[in-house]
Design a protein around this ligand. Structure first.
Ligand code: UD1
Length: 337
């Protein structure tokens, strides 16, 4: 069974990926500093897969801890999730983002290189496209100047990995550019755990429906879209997790160096208002919401061209928007209790 180092493995996407890794016959070795996750997520993962997982509590910038992990486990590949991701906070505290997101990646890469581990799946974002010139957006689209330090860290991290591949002929990496991950594991044992007031749409919706927030504000109704609200490509986190397994399989089978950026989305755009009405239908809840001003930095519309994920990785999203929202709601109900 191949060991895969999963940094940030107790986070929203990381935890779902650990489950899928085990289902696919890999052994996740998790490092997480619990900065935006909870230790009981580990127990929940173990409950879903019915076995224990190897866990190290600590930070990816801790070189010595990483060396210990590589010494104690033979690592075949790395999935690097560990990073801060709050767009607004990154504007207020840019150094926190540059230090953690870039410092963490560089440290992981350094220690991996010392240990001759050259397979990396990196957690990137469609934020690198900014406002795309064409929709759906494909991987050849121009990388735009980011609207936030968070976005800038994703662009810089992609660049660091590309430079490393250029310098080392054997290095192999897939940069997964996620669109908007939503939903939760269908067992309702793991899901998204936003710290404080959520800034992302779906946790805000489910918390409002659960009565934890009074009302949701729809940011903008005057965009050039079919109903005036923004368009996003919402993808179930389990589908997203499975894309990491396909990316790993691709890297482990490849005999020469490679670096490919791959969109991970459904290929369909939905407006914020469509998302709300679908949520109301599947949850049978009336959502309290109002239309407000645009949120600064928001892109009007973005959704994936998903041809490359199909042709290169043999992956495509399978789970519907309805099921994604129902899973998110069922997860929220376990939290609200
Ligand atoms: C953002 C980031 C993305 C990042 C993701 C991480 C940008 C441009 N996007 O995505 O890179 O990976 O967060 O989680 O940096 N909305 C409301 N009311 C709310 C909350 C959101 O109307 O209370 C709307 C937003 O205006 C937006 C849509 O819902 O149109 C989705 O917002 P959100 O969930 O925050 O994700 P993004 O901004 O698309």
């Amino acid at each position: 069974m191949k060991n895969i180092l999963v940094t940030g493995g107790l986070g929203f996407i990381g935890s779902h990926t650990c489950v899928e890794l085990i289902h696919s016959g890999f052994n996740p070795i998790v490092i997480d500093n619990l900065d935006n996750s909870e230790i009981w997520i580990k127990d929940r993962i173990e409950k879903i897969v019915d076995r224990s997982i190897v866990f190290y509590q600590g930070d990816c910038r801790d070189e010595n801890l990483l060396r210990t992990i590589f010494k104690e486990n033979s690592i075949s590949g790395i999935i690097h999730f560990a990073a801060h991701k709050a767009v607004g906070e990154s504007v207020q505290q840019p150094l926190k983002y540059y230090d953690n997101n870039i410092g963490g990646l560089v440290t992981v890469l350094k220690v991996a290189q010392e240990n001759n581990c050259s397979n990396l799946v990196f957690s990137s974002s469609c934020t690198v496209y900014g406002t795309p010139d064409q929709l759906p957006v494909d991987e050849s689209a121009q990388i735009k100047t980011a609207e936030s330090p968070y976005g800038t860290t994703k662009i810089i991290c992609e660049k660091i990995i590309q430079d490393l591949v250029r310098a080392n002929k054997d290095y192999k990496s897939i940069l997964l550019r996620y669109f908007n991950p939503i939903g939760a594991h269908e067992s309702s044992l793991i899901g998204e755990l936003p710290l404080g007031v959520p800034s992302n749409l779906v946790p805000y919706i489910t918390q409002t429906a659960a009565g934890l927030r009074e009302s949701l504000t729809v940011f903008g109704s005057d965009y050039q879209t079919k109903d005036g609200s923004c368009v996003r490509d919402f993808i179930h986190v389990t589908d997203l997790a499975k894309a990491h397994i396909k990316a790993l399989d691709f890297l482990l089978q490849k005999n020469e160096g490679t670096c490919e950026a791959v969109n991970i989305g459904t290929g369909h755009g939905n407006t914020v208002l469509e998302l709300i009405s679908t949520f109301e239908e599947v949850s049978e809840q009336k959502l309290n919401y109002e239309i407000g001003a645009r949120r600064s930095g928001d892109v009007e519309a973005v959704y994936a061209d998903s041809k490359k994920s199909r042709s290169l990785l043999g992956w495509e999203a399978e789970i519907s928007l309805e099921k994604s929202l129902l899973d998110a709601w069922n997860w929220q109900k376990t939290l609200a209790k």
